[in-house]
Design a protein around this ligand. Structure first.
Ligand code: ATP
Ligand code: MG
Length: 656
């Protein structure tokens, strides 16, 4: 069984695996430790991760990024319309009530929902992990933004199911980082006097802050705060706008009107931004940006900080909110740990520092990989495969959840709603709600503060319909209990409905001669009540359908890749044999044998460069390869035997 942790980032994702000697962040097919969070579609196949990155510019209309931002949203969400549209050139559309992308796939316009797209991407991460571990991968822990709501978390679980993955936990990324921090520390204090650490993560698209208390064997998240639109991509966008404006007058070109030019400018500004993290000034140059113009410019650190001043000014607010909600003073904070790529920007650090003037900022964690590492530790803890030392996570809910119901006739004064899981409620958590009813009824769960949710996310979470409730045996109101659970993923579900009857039972007499009357004992008898519950996210039948589709697309990609490999093998064989026939095989070949093989090779070469051979089936390449090899193998064998004979003789001498 595999133990895998995934940091699903908006720019790229990192994968950790647990092995007996510890946790490793693994590399992908091109030896990168981070895999671009991109999926791309072509006339013959999909390209996922790294291979999508290579065609991001040439195939921009069919390459989808921002997967993490699209997931669980509707097309008309203000954040999709006003923000995400600005970061993609793909046509976004509605797919079954959620946002999706329209792309050209296998020569046809095809619509995929964001859930499917994330499923494809997670499938690629699974393949990378499988290749590394050489076993099947199913159990994972996936890190998510702490601000993901119920519907976004459900969408991620659906996507994971489409990829054939089994998430043991969706963990907020700051909690994963905190877990990785705590579990490796052997010097944590007693619970009366915990160590308080503020984790600040500024990545590509969002900022999160968590104040966490650590003591021996446990961590407790005390508060969290977010700016869901503050990250490296916003910095990049500010720089792109600046240079686009400059180039309008300098070169009379409008970069933003041309998607390819915009991409080129983005990649140049990203480089410039990174140089400016370590230098006072940096050059920018983009060859042939558009209209044959080679664009160049420079920027000083001061100018740069001026361009992003609005973003920088937003950094203190979430830090102050988190600190305030934790109830701690700055003096009580023991450390401030920075993670996420954008905390490398000196001005970003200065802003964070301004909130904690007396405290040093530390980067003892690997800024890029701490989240994947922590997620992998969390997976190891939940998996039976490894023994991990006990380290408890006390996490908290971000958005308060209430349930509401219709008044029953019993009580005019009865409330019709209740906050079941307030902000800061522990995760996981189960609560039992009590209703007095004589008839079936409905209960609805919603987020209690819709204004606190990202974008236009619908506060609705789920609905429970309790069936077959009647009066109690005495004709009174039945006591109906409903179990509501906020599970390990931070998702709400109704888990059980039952009525309670109190029965009096006579206790068995042990001593037959007692004169006391038999004692009566009250026993609560629970009777399950049938119910149905509906939530956001996809029906399991739809997930199954998408899983099937995914398997078909995956098989197709594999076939295309295998075909390409067989074609290359045939081509390589032709050139390899030709050169060897001139060289090492020459003494071992009869003239007619040689001519026959050369003729076969030439025939195949001509075919490979013909229209038919350019794009043939896998079996066509395989059968041509086999036929050629049949002629070549006797020659190869003769040469090998001749090579091995002196070696064998030498060995024989040695043994005698
Ligand atoms: P998110 O957590 O927001 O979903 P992510 O996890 O994909 O995003 P990270 O890998 O933490 O993001 O950070 C990527 C961002 O950090 C990018 O915008 C990148 O340009 C930026 N970045 C990386 N290195 C540097 C650097 N040296 N200076 C400035 N910015 C940097
Ligand atoms: Mg991140």
């Amino acid at each position: 069984m595999s133990v895998v942790g995934i940091d699903f980032g908006s720019l790229h994702s990192k994968i950790g695996v647990a092995r007996h000697r510890g946790i490793d962040i693994i590399t992908n097919e091109v030896s990168n430790r981070a895999t671009p969070s991109l999926v791309s579609f072509g006339p013959k196949q999909r390209a996922l991760g790294e291979s999508a990155k290579t065609q991001e510019i040439s195939n921009f209309r069919n390459t989808v990024g921002s997967l993490k931002r699209l997931l669980g949203r509707t097309l008309h969400d203000v954040e999709i319309q006003q923000v995400e549209k600005g970061f993609t050139h793909v046509n976004l559309l509605d797919v079954d009530g959620s946002v999706g992308a329209q792309v050209n796939y296998l020569g046809e316009p095809t619509a995929f929902s964001a859930t499917q797209l994330v499923g494809m991407y997670l499938g690629r991460l699974r393949d990378i992990a499988m290749k590394e571990l050489k076993i099947g991968v199913s159990d994972v822990v996936i890190a998510i933004p702490g601000w993901y709501t119920d519907v976004q978390r459900r969408a991620l679980l659906n996507a994971a199911a489409i990829a054939g993955l089994n998430p043991l936990r969706l963990i907020p990324d700051h909690t994963a980082v905190a877990f990785g921090y705590g579990i490796t520390k052997s010097d944590l204090p007693d619970p009366e006097n915990p160590r308080h650490v503020v984790f600040v993560d500024i990545g590509h698209s969002s900022m999160s802050v968590a104040v966490v208390a650590f003591s021996k064997g446990q961590l407790t998240v005390k508060s969290t705060a977010y700016d869901t639109h503050l990250g490296g991509r916003d910095i990049d966008y500010a720089l792109v706008r600046h240079f686009a404006e400059e180039f309008k007058t300098k070169y009379k070109i409008d970069v933003l009107s041309n998607p390819k030019a915009t991409f080129r400018l983005y990649s140049a500004t990203e480089k410039l931004k990174k140089i400016l993290s370590a230098n006072a000034e940096a050059p920018l140059s983009v060859e042939s940006i558009m209209n044959d113009v080679d664009a160049s410019s420079r920027l000083t650190r001061e100018q740069y900080e001026q361009l992003i001043v609005d973003l920088l000014d937003r950094i203190p607010a979430p830090l102050q909110r988190a600190l305030e909600e934790s109830g701690l003073s700055i003096e009580q904070i023991d450390a401030i740990e920075l993670v996420g790529g954008s905390t490398r920007v000196p001005a970003v650090r200065a802003k964070i520092q301004s909130v904690f003037p007396s405290k040093p900022l530390s980067t003892t964690l690997n800024q890029d990989e701490a989240c994947a590492r922590g997620s992998t530790f969390a997976c190891a803890t939940l998996s039976p495969v490894f023994r991990v030392r006990d380290f408890a996570i006390h996490d908290i809910a971000v958005n308060p959840i209430k349930v509401s119901w219709e008044k029953s006739l019993a009580d005019e004064e009865e409330d019709t709603e209740l906050i079941v899981f307030p902000r800061g409620n522990g995760i996981p958590s189960t609560k039992v709600l009590t209703f007095y009813r004589k008839a079936p009824f409905d209960v609805e769960a919603v987020y209690a503060e819709p204004s606190g949710l990202p974008g236009s996310i619908n506060p609705w979470i789920g609905r429970l319909t309790v069936k077959e409730v009647g009066p109690s045996p005495t004709g009174d109101y039945s006591t109906v209990r409903v179990k509501a659970r906020l599970n390990l993923h931070g998702i709400l579900s109704f888990e059980a409905v039952y009525t309670e009857e109190i029965e009096e039972k006579e206790e068995m007499q042990v001593d037959g001669e007692s004169t006391e009357p038999p004692k009566k004992k009250k026993v609560v008898k629970k009777n399950a009540v049938p119910y149905v519950a509906g939530y956001g996210g996809l029906d399991s039948s739809v997930v199954d359908k998408y899983r099937e589709k995914e398997l078909t697309m995956h098989a197709n990609d594999k076939l295309v890749q295998d075909t390409e490999e067989r074609k290359n093998a045939l081509e390589e064989y032709i050139y390899d044999m030709r050169s060897k026939l001139e060289d090492r095989y020459a003494p071992f070949v009869q003239p007619q044998e040689r001519d026959a093989l050369l003729a076969e090779l030439s025939k195949n070469e001509d075919w490979l460069y013909s229209e038919e051979g350019e794009d043939a089936t896998k079996s066509a390449y395989v059968s041509r390869f086999d036929a050629a090899k049949k002629l070549g193998d006797p020659i190869t064998t003769r040469w090998r035997e001749a090579e091995e004979r002196p070696r064998a003789a030498a060995q024989l001498r040695e043994t005698i």
